[in-house]
Design a protein around this ligand. Structure first.
Ligand code: CTP
Ligand code: CA
Length: 221
């Protein structure tokens, strides 16, 4: 009902998002993940849909329901998230990378469940870097408008500005983590070419709707 009153700022636009954590297997029953709940990404998918967009959400494992009218592709690993994004990015107008993608995966993951040794030794895990999905999309010759997210534990204003430049994207949304993970509210800092502005503390759906307005305005400019 509320949605009917949202201005259709993204009508006719195609939007691709990533959300949630990734899960990197160690063996068939164990893995490495992170504290992302997916709530911010799902709120943004919902807000983009309310704004009239055609929305596709590539999601790591979460306990959240698919937002109404949104097409969801479920993945586990960063590599699967990468592959799903690259298979669907052509023709998208906007790409929003909200997922907390694992920077590394286990290179020597076991195909069988690891067993404890009688000698008390522990497994030695080796890691290899995952593809940077956002950087890869941002480097496409006909790239969609790209928005990144960053959770920083400190120095948000400095790190946020630097990360936007490093990723070569027009807009980066920063927040302080991990204290916001799993919560229903947040406060955001928006970094663009002009500098940074703040979206003060609010629930994640309110912030998502504000963010859709901020993004739509920049896409139209
Ligand atoms: N991202 C991505 N693929 C990755 C890593 C990150 O798409 N393999 C995206 C995230 O979804 C987010 C943005 O890049 O939108 C920034 O992620 P972040 O982890 O803050 O940046 P990194 O470049 O990985 O830097 P850091 O060393 O601080 O983790
Ligand atoms: Ca990272």
């Amino acid at each position: 009902i509320i949605a009917a009153f949202q201005p259709k700022l993204l009508a006719g636009r195609r939007v691709l998002l990533t959300a949630g954590p990734t899960f990197e297997p160690i063996d068939p029953v164990r893995g490495i993940t992170n504290l992302s709940s997916g709530k911010m990404g799902y709120a943004l998918a919902r807000a983009a849909r309310e704004a009239g967009a055609d929305v596709m959400l590539v999601s790591g494992p979460t306990a959240l329901e698919i937002p109404h009218g949104v097409q969801r592709i479920d993945v586990q690993t960063a590599q699967q998230m990468h592959d799903a994004v690259m298979a669907n990015v052509v023709g998208q107008d906007l790409f929003v990378a909200v997922a907390a993608v694992a920077d590394w995966r286990v290179a020597n993951a076991s195909t069988q469940k690891l067993k404890k040794n009688a000698d008390g030794g522990a497994p030695q895990l080796q890691f290899t870097q995952n593809p940077d999905i956002l950087a890869e999309v941002a480097a496409l010759p006909r790239r969609p408008y790209c928005v990144g997210f960053a959770a920083e534990s400190e120095n948000l204003a400095q790190y946020g500005a630097a990360k936007r430049v490093k990723k070569n994207i027009p807009l980066l949304v920063g927040n302080l983590g991990p204290q916001t993970f799993g919560r229903d509210d947040n406060a955001l800092m928006l970094f663009d070419e002009q500098g940074h502005t703040s979206l003060p503390h609010a629930d994640k759906l309110t912030l998502a709707r504000q963010l859709v307005r901020e993004i739509a305005r920049r896409m139209a400019a």
